[in-house]
Design a protein around this ligand. Structure first.
Ligand SMILES: NC(=O)C1=CN([C@@H]2O[C@H](COP(=O)(O)OP(=O)(O)OC[C@H]3O[C@@H](n4cnc5c(N)ncnc54)[C@H](OP(=O)(O)O)[C@@H]3O)[C@@H](O)[C@H]2O)C=CC1
Ligand SMILES: O=C1OC[C@@H](O)[C@H](O)[C@H]1O
Length: 386
């Protein structure tokens, strides 16, 4: 019998709509017969009519309640877990609201504006024994699971370098101007928190997450940032992370791996948009390399290339079996964690989510990028704009 969880959706924007559409897919189409999802409430902070419209336009089966504020959503006693789909400037306040009402939470990336906020949220969840997860959907793709398994199997040897590039080539001024979340500092916008987080995800899931837990150490950080002339948000950020590896060194010099995380909103990591313009992620080991194709947040194919002469090149297509966007796999993980009484997911541990936020803090420090004090604040409750 499938374990069914009841979702409450906080916000009615693009990703909320995309997520709900995926939740409504039949789990059996992706071979998930052990869990199921129901959307039983949707809330808009700006107008109840938006929640009503989302429910009807997606054909969410009833009963599903529309709310005109987030406070009513988090106190709905029928909701098991809240999906927070607001801009990341608001995540700290929104997640605190849900946790304070005793609700489990799946919160969109970037998890918070800074690591200090993330630590408070996880500590609050721990104290209240509530499930909390940063919604880094890509980690739950079969492609990501397979890549991590290949690395752990040792097939490509010791992984010493990962290069990941998550860049959108857009006419920034025309497409996003000054207020869109991609470029708006009031919403903690910019390349790093919007897209760079996926490059960091690939660096971390290949050079950090794949190590035994006691060997996972925060990396050192070197970075450069270019700012968007109209808002001051970052439009291009390049990061080199240095991780100490598990391999003992018999010299005074420690052996290290490098993660190179790139992001840019003017040039593209996948210029033809078809996943055929070369790998966007290269995971380089002493015995071979894994190349991943397509935007790093939604890759579709990977290739395993043994070092010269050591074996056949293997290419694997990873389609989206239910025709969905790919968000249901993370939702299934949430359902399994709730079913099993877990407060955190093994695929996106709290400690790793904080380690990545700390890297982003340091990159912003090096680039001199600060967001408005209200959205950097750890004070709760605090009234924000919007
Ligand atoms: N995992 C993924 O693939 C993706 C994740 N994201 C992440 O999801 C979050 C939301 O992105 P997206 O859905 O594209 O954004 P949208 O602007 O489309 O939607 C955001 C929604 O948040 C609510 N909201 C609450 N306060 C504010 C405010 N002050 N300003 C704007 N909106 C507000 C609004 O809903 P209402 O008025 O109903 O309350 C709004 O519709 C971001 O953190 C982003 O990084 C985005 C795209 C893809
Ligand atoms: O998180 C994201 O991933 C997918 C992109 O389309 C989106 O803009 C970004 O915020």
């Amino acid at each position: 019998m499938a374990h069914t969880i009841r979702w409450g959706i906080m916000a009615t924007g693009w990703i909320a709509t995309t997520f709900v559409r995926d939740l409504l897919k039949d789990p059996k189409a992706r071979d998930a017969s052990d869990v199921a999802h129901r959307v039983i409430a949707v809330a808009s902070s700006s107008a109840k009519a938006k929640a009503t419209q989302l429910i009807s336009s997606l054909g969410i089966p009833g009963p599903c309640t529309a709310y005109g504020n987030y406070e009513d959503l988090v106190t709905d006693s029928d909701v098991d877990v809240i999906y927070v789909a607001t801009p990341h400037s608001h995540h700290f306040q929104n997640v605190m609201l849900a946790l304070s009402a005793g609700k489990n939470v799946l919160c969109e990336k970037a998890f918070t504006v800074n690591a200090a906020q993330a630590k408070i949220l996880y500590e609050t969840a721990r104290q209240k024994n509530l499930f909390l997860m940063e919604a880094v959907w890509t980690r739950y793709f079969p492609l990501s699971v397979q890549v991590r398994q290949i690395i752990r199997s040792g097939v490509i040897g010791e992984v010493l370098r990962t290069v990941a590039d998550t860049s959108f080539g857009e006419a920034v001024e025309e497409k996003w101007a000054t207020t869109h979340r991609m470029v708006n500092p009031d919403l903690a916008g910019g390349a790093l928190l919007e897209l760079g987080i996926y490059s960091l995800t690939w660096v971390f899931q290949t050079l950090y997450h794949t190590l035994p837990k006691d060997q996972r150490k925060p990396p050192s950080v070197t970075s450069q940032m270019t700012r968007y002339h109209l808002t001051g948000a970052d439009e291009s950020t390049s990061i080199i992370l240095t991780f100490s590896t598990s391999t003992p060194s018999n010299t005074a010099l420690p052996r290290c791996s490098h993660g190179i995380a790139l992001t840019n909103i003017r040039v593209s990591s996948d210029p033809d948009g078809q996943g055929t313009s070369g790998p966007t992620i290269r995971i380089q080991g002493t015995k071979g390399e894994i190349q991943v194709f397509g935007y790093p947040f939604r890759p579709t194919r990977y290739r395993v290339i043994p070092v010269k002469g050591a074996g056949e090149v293997r290419e694997v297509e990873c389609p989206f079996p239910d025709g969905g966007h790919g968000m249901a796999w993370e939702a299934d993980e949430v359902a399994r964690c709730l079913r099993d009484g877990k407060v955190e997911s093994e695929g996106m541990p709290w400690e790793e989510s904080i380690a990545i936020m700390e890297v982003m803090d340091e990159v912003r420090r090096q680039g001199g990028l600060e967001y408005p004090a209200q959205i950097e604040s750890t004070e709760y409750p605090l009234q924000l704009w919007g």
